[in-house]
Ligand binder design. Structure first.
Ligand code: FE
Ligand code: CA
Length: 521
């Protein structure tokens, strides 16, 4: 999201950052790169993702020199065989499957192995071997069988800005040992070193320049993946990922750029490079491999009879943001405008209609509930989020109301603070029924330490009574799904600009079966 818009929401605390960050940098100043420290090809860790009842993807990417300027991790154009091994125990005494795959420069030396034939609802352990070295082991699990009632512990996260803070929150997620991790976007940030500046300065620095080419994106992903906190969270559980804007460029919309003049050059090839690097670096299936200009990111992940995760892509097919830098305009409400795109809207409606699970979860990026930014009679909105596409939002809510969805829940990232909201049938009518619930996770690090602020701009929560919770620390949300309730713990870290913070629960809400909206725990 554009910082100018975020400033309105976060008020004074973020104003300094926003002012500095809207000035595009003149030159990237980076510490000189000194080359590889070791010859281990598993410097980027391991990961797994997109679980099904009979399998999942296991992932690694070979790099002996992760930050090599050509983006190829010090392996150039060579090809390498990678052995993989899957066991039911963490000592690999009971290996169930093994195999060998070949990888090379066309996929950035990444490895995506889609496994099948496994038992539903089971924990597995995996590892790789290449260039005479053994990788760290990862833990993962299959989804439960479709008819199985299976409690689920899931953590969701968003917005890890490498320069703003340490990724301690990822290690705290790993320590939770969840069954599943959802990442809702801004997995990395594309900007020039120091471009998105905190008032107190950066704690570390992006490599290279603002990402434009495939080599740039591969290298930036490698820098992030070298972070051991991030590696710990990937190694603990399968992830299900969707992007927001910074995996490509701030506030992109379809084929439209937010800042056309910087960096110079056409957007479609840049977008394609970002998509390719994203696929290479995520534990995604071959169905998500870029196809021409597109990457099919929206998809469904089932978790037994307990939950269906409808993972949305709210960037690739959206209409351009309305109203320019104004907070409201007539075009905003144009019923022809769409955030997910009409095909994805239909796909979501059909998926909701056919869902039989206890919980239906929309895993997506941008704020869903209406958030009027102007106290009193006037109205104003952040037009990068669903508020910029209200007709599209109404169609989504209509589709779950029409389908009689038992428990609709929207999960959100992007905004760098924790929020929780009741989703109302009509936003401006206090008598309108609550028809769903939104849980918004803060950032892993974007925005730095934050504060214990419990309102945002003064009076904003009073202006929007369906919004029930706000906190301006960094962290993640831990959820527990059962047949009778969903419990959400808003986990916060007292600091991220120094390493080592503990995670604390700042608020807990319960959503009861067949009772949309937040209950205080
Ligand atoms: Fe972000
Ligand atoms: Ca108002």
């Amino acid at each position: 999201m554009a910082l100018s818009r975020r400033t309105l929401i976060l008020g004074g605390a973020a104003a300094g950052a926003a002012t500095a960050a809207t000035v595009r940098p003149r030159a990237a100043i980076a510490a000189p790169y000194r080359g590889p420290l070791r010859s281990d090809p598993f410097t980027l860790g391991v990961a797994s993702g997109d679980p099904e009842p009979d399998g999942f993807v296991i992932w690694t990417r070979l790099a002996v020199d992760p930050l090599a300027e050509d983006g190829l991790g010090g392996l150039g154009t060579g090809r390498h065989d990678v052995e993989w091994e899957l066991a039911t125990d963490e000592r690999f005494a009971r290996v169930e499957q093994r195999g060998v795959v070949s990888t090379g420069p066309e996929v950035g030396h990444s490895v995506h192995v889609e496994l099948g034939g496994l038992r539903p609802g089971h924990e597995y352990h995996y590892r790789f071997r290449a260039l005479g070295e053994l990788s760290p082991a990862g833990r993962t699990r299959t989804a439960p069988a479709p008819d199985a009632s299976a409690p689920l512990t899931m953590c969701f996260a968003s917005c890890a800005q490498y320069e703003h803070g340490y990724f301690t929150a990822y290690t705290r997620i790993a320590e939770e040992e969840p069954d599943l991790v959802l990442h809702l976007g801004d997995y990395l940030y594309e900007e020039d070193p120091g471009a998105y500046r905190l008032p107190g300065g950066s704690v570390r620095q992006h490599i290279g320049r603002e990402t434009v080419t495939l080599a740039d994106y591969r290298r930036r992903h490698a820098q992030y993946r070298s972070d051991t906190d991030l590696q710990a969270a990937h190694a603990v559980a399968p992830w299900v990922v969707v992007w927001d804007d910074h995996e490509v460029e701030d506030d992109w919309a379809g084929f439209t750029r937010d800042v056309p003049e910087y960096p110079p050059g056409p957007f479609p090839p840049r977008r394609a490079a970002a998509f390719q690097a994203y696929w290479e670096n995520m534990p995604l299936r071959s169905a998500q491999r870029p196809n021409g200009q597109n990457l099919q990111l929206y998809r469904r992940i089932g978790w037994g009879a307990t939950a269906t995760f409808h993972m949305l892509d709210t960037r690739q097919y959206r209409d351009d943001q309305a109203c320019g830098e104004q907070l409201d305009c007539a075009a905003r409400a144009d019923p022809g405008r769409t955030l997910p795109g009409s095909a994805q809207e239909r796909w979501l409606a059909e998926g909701l209609r056919s869902s039989r699970t206890r919980w239906d979860v929309l895993g997506q990026q941008v704020f869903f509930a209406q958030l009027d930014l102007v106290p009193g009679a006037g109205r104003g909105f952040n037009n990068d989020v669903w508020d910029g596409y209200p007709a599209s939002r109404d169609r989504v809510v209509d589709s779950w109301v029409a389908a009689g969805i038992r428990n609709p829940v929207v999960l959100t990232g992007d905004i760098h603070s924790h929020w929780a909201a009741d989703i109302r049938r009509r936003w401006d009518d206090p008598e309108a029924p609550t028809v769903g619930t939104e849980l918004v996770t803060s950032s892993i690090s974007a925005g730095g330490d934050g504060s214990e602020t419990t309102d945002t701009s003064p009076g904003l929560l009073a202006e929007n009574p369906h919004i029930r919770f706000f906190n301006n620390r960094r962290g993640y949300v831990r959820t527990r799904f059962t047949d009778t309730e969903l419990t959400a713990d808003f986990r916060v870290l007292p600091h991220v600009q120094r390493p080592g913070a503990p995670a604390e629960t700042r608020a807990t809400f319960v959503i009861e079966d067949r009772r949309p909206g937040l209950q205080s725990a």
